[in-house]
Design a protein around this ligand. Structure first.
Ligand SMILES: [Zn+2]
Length: 394
């Protein structure tokens, strides 16, 4: 199979031939690999990305907005409502909703996905077993990882944390916590890091998901990652309060994040929906500081987060759509220069075998877009695509 005259954005190139982004390539596929990439003459007739990587979703909660209602800006109301709804979830219900999400993501060109699973008590949630079965069933199509999403305060008490960490390790998962302006933040976070280290687990936090400037969990997590020897193994999502902190404080926090090799994940859909005012037109956007992070060499991810649940009532698992929103909300330009946020950066955050850079010899797991430039990339026509997996169009 041959793809003719495609643009390959520089941040997803695994080769450097000095040509600018605007010049096209012919790409030859052989079996399930890219065989050759060669400069082409003439105008581009499409754009080529590596298959997409979604570093943050909630497969257990999706498609429940009809039952729980939309939270209209109240994160903590959404948490309460979802907790009440969770009591009524069943295995078949979870399996059906998770499968629907995976089908959507698969058709959209996603090759790997990390989902958080609500984990609010010592015992593992019902969703874990369903997830594990689907992870096996989808192997080779979408590589799935799970994260335990636990209120940070649960780690303060006796042995619940040890049981959670052990079970996450058994399931081959990542340990996580929801962190927002907790009392005694430092000892609680330190406990989470200790448990992760003892059980050989990576960490993935929901942190500072709100617009109180005093929410500063991110800075502490970055510091602990270095101090506890876990640099490069920690992801932090949301980090909304960073956007409202004084510039100097935010820059110091991001410098710490860069030192810690922290993976920063922005979630534009849910943050736009939940953050900012609801009794008038919202002015604050809630998006974390992706551009300033890049200034520290920290290339962030953009991910889907919630879909059609109490936290975010709209959306889909088409990561390119979320990317387009992120480009506009955070003023990421040129957009083609930020495509690492849905390809190579999340691949690094998830520790995937392929870094997502296109080069001869790499997997032929690709997304061929109609877009011929950075502007068409943001439109529905430009986002039309052929998903190629193991060298064959879906
Ligand atoms: Zn989330």
């Amino acid at each position: 199979m041959q793809l003719e005259r495609v643009l390959i954005p520089r941040r997803v190139r695994g080769f450097d031939d000095g040509r600018p982004d605007a010049q096209a390539y012919d790409v030859r596929l052989d079996g399930d690999r890219v065989a050759a990439v060669s400069p082409a003459d003439g105008p581009a007739q499409g754009m080529l990305l590596s298959a997409l990587v979604d570093a943050h979703v909630h497969l257990d909660k999706n498609y429940t907005v009809g039952q729980v209602g939309a939270a209209q800006g109240d994160l903590f109301a959404a948490i309460t409502r979802m907790a009440q709804a969770r009591a009524h979830w069943s295995g078949p219900d979870l399996r059906a909703r998770m499968t629907r999400a995976l089908e959507d993501a698969w058709q959209s060109g996603t090759r790997a996905m990390r989902t958080h699973l609500d984990w609010n008590e010592r015992d593992a949630p019902l969703s874990l077993g369903v997830f594990e079965a689907l992870r096996d069933a989808w192997a080779g199509r979408i590589e799935l990882q799970c994260v335990s999403l636990t209120p940070l305060d649960l780690f303060a008490g006796a042995s619940a944390g040890e049981d959670i960490a052990r079970e996450v390790a058994r399931a081959g998962g990542v340990m996580g916590a929801f962190v927002y302006r907790n009392a005694d933040l430092e000892p609680k976070l330190r406990r989470v890091f200790e448990l992760a280290r003892q059980n050989g687990l990576a960490l993935d936090f929901h942190v500072d998901e709100g617009l109180h400037a005093d929410a500063n969990g991110l800075a502490l997590i970055a510091e602990l990652a270095v101090r506890m020897g876990m640099a490069g193994q920690v992801s932090c999502s949301h980090c909304c309060s960073l956007s409202v902190q004084p510039e100097a404080q935010a820059q110091a926090t991001l410098a710490g994040c860069a030192r810690a090799g922290l993976h920063l994940v922005a979630l534009p859909t849910t943050n736009l929906y939940l953050q900012g005012a609801w009794d008038r037109t919202p002015v604050e956007r809630g998006i974390t500081r992706l551009r300033e992070a890049a200034g520290h060499g920290l290339r962030g991810c953009i991910a889907t987060d919630n879909v059609a649940d109490g936290f975010y009532p709209y959306g889909s698992y088409d990561l390119l759509e979320t990317f387009g929103l992120g480009v506009q909300v955070a003023h990421l330009a040129p957009a083609t220069d930020w495509l690492d946020a849905i390809t190579t950066s999340p691949a690094r955050a998830m520790g995937l075998a392929w870094d997502g850079r296109i080069a001869p010899g790499c997997p032929a797991d690709l997304v061929h877009l109609q877009a011929r430039d950075e502007f068409e990339l943001l439109g529905p026509t430009g986002r039309r695509r052929t998903v190629i997996r193991a060298g064959r169009p879906l």
